[in-house]
Design a protein around this ligand. Structure first.
Ligand SMILES: Nc1ncnc2c1ncn2[C@@H]1O[C@H](COP(=O)(O)OP(=O)(O)O)[C@@H](O)[C@H]1O
Ligand SMILES: [Mg+2]
Length: 251
C-alpha cells in the first residue's frame, strides 16, 4: 500500500428523494492518509453523501470504489465494505444496555468472528487509543457526550477501516467536549488514518484538512486546500458561509 494511492473514489453520485434532487453529481477521490472536510449549509446533502458512500442510502446514479473494488452494486459484499468504511454519527448510536467495552467488542465477535479474549484485547486497545480504557466498564448513560463519542470512534477503529466517515461528530457537544473529540480526531489524522469529516469546526478544518469540499445545493461548489479557500479572493462562497456561521455563534 503506497502513501498516495487512492483509497476511496466517489464518482458522479446522484440522489433524489421524491422530486427533490439532493445530490446532483458529486465526485472526489480520497488518498491514503488524507483528511477531507466537507462543509455546507444544512439540507445540502452532506449526510446523504456519506450514506451513499457506504450504501446506507443507495445512490440513484454514480459509483463508489474502495481500494479499487466497487462498493456500489456489490451485493452481499456490502457488509465487508461497511466494516472497511467506518462511520461515526452526531448522536453516537451506542447500545445503552452495553458497557463501553461491550459496545466495541460486539462487532468484533459478531462480525469478525473473534473469540471473547481476542475481542476484549482488541476492544481495550482501541479504547486506549481514544483515551477511554479506564471507562471500559461504564454504560453510555454514565459517560459525557464527548466520552460517548470517543467510544463510538473506538468502535469504528476496531474494524480496522480503510477510511472513517464522520458526520458532524461534535455538533451535539458543548465546546469543552468538542475539544476532546477533535483532539482524538487530530491524533488519528497524524497517525495516518484516512478520514472524511463533515463539520463546521473551522479550526479543525484549517489545521487538519488536506482539502475542504464546500457543498451547496447538492454539488461541490468550491474545493481546495483550506488556505486557498479562505484567503484566495476567487473563492467567496465558502467564506460567505463561514462568515455567517461566526455571526450565528456570536449572536
Ligand atoms: N430518507 C429521506 N427521505 C426523504 N428526504 C430525505 C431523506 N434523507 C434526507 N432527505 C432530504 O434530503 C435533503 C438533504 O439532507 P441531508 O443529506 O441530511 O443534508 P445535510 O446533511 O447537508 O444537512 C434534506 O432536504 C432532507 O430533508
Ligand atoms: Mg447532515
Amino acid at each position: 500500500m503506497s502513501e498516495n494511492e487512492i483509497v476511496l473514489k466517489v464518482e458522479e453520485i446522484h440522489k433524489s428523494f421524491g422530486d427533490r434532487e439532493v445530490l446532483r453529481g458529486v465526485s472526489f477521490d480520497v488518498r491514503r492518509g488524507e483528511t477531507k472536510v466537507i462543509i455546507g449549509p444544512s439540507g445540502t446533502g452532506k449526510s446523504t453523501l456519506l450514506r451513499c458512500i457506504n450504501q446506507l442510502t443507495p445512490p440513484d446514479r454514480g459509483r463508489v470504489w474502495l481500494d479499487g473494488e466497487e462498493v456500489t452494486n456489490s451485493g452481499h459484499r456490502i457488509n465487508y465494505f461497511r466494516q472497511k468504511i467506518g462511520m461515526v454519527f452526531q448522536n453516537f448510536f451506542l447500545f445503552d444496555h452495553l458497557t463501553a467495552l461491550k459496545n466495541v467488542e460486539l462487532a468484533l465477535i459478531k462480525v469478525r468472528g473473534m473469540n471473547k479474549a481476542e475481542a476484549r484485547e482488541k476492544a481495550l486497545y482501541e479504547l486506549r487509543q481514544v483515551g477511554m480504557e479506564e471507562w471500559a466498564d461504564h454504560y453510555p448513560a454514565e459517560l459525557s457526550g464527548g466520552q460517548a463519542q470517543r467510544v463510538s470512534i473506538a468502535r469504528a477503529l476496531a474494524m480496522d477501516p480503510d477510511v472513517i466517515l464522520f458526520d458532524e461528530p461534535t455538533s451535539a457537544l458543548d465546546p469543552e467536549l468538542t475539544r476532546e473529540v477533535l483532539e482524538v480526531m487530530r491524533k488519528l489524522a497524524r497517525e495516518g488514518m484516512t478520514m472524511i469529516v463533515v463539520t463546521h469546526e473551522m479550526g479543525f478544518a484549517c489545521s487538519v484538512a488536506n482539502e475542504i469540499l464546500f457543498m451547496e445545493n447538492g454539488v461541490i461548489a468550491e474545493r481546495g486546500p483550506p488556505d486557498q479557500l479562505l484567503y484566495d479572493p476567487r473563492f467567496s462562497r465558502m467564506k460567505d458561509f463561514v462568515g455567517r456561521l461566526d455571526s450565528r455563534t456570536e449572536g
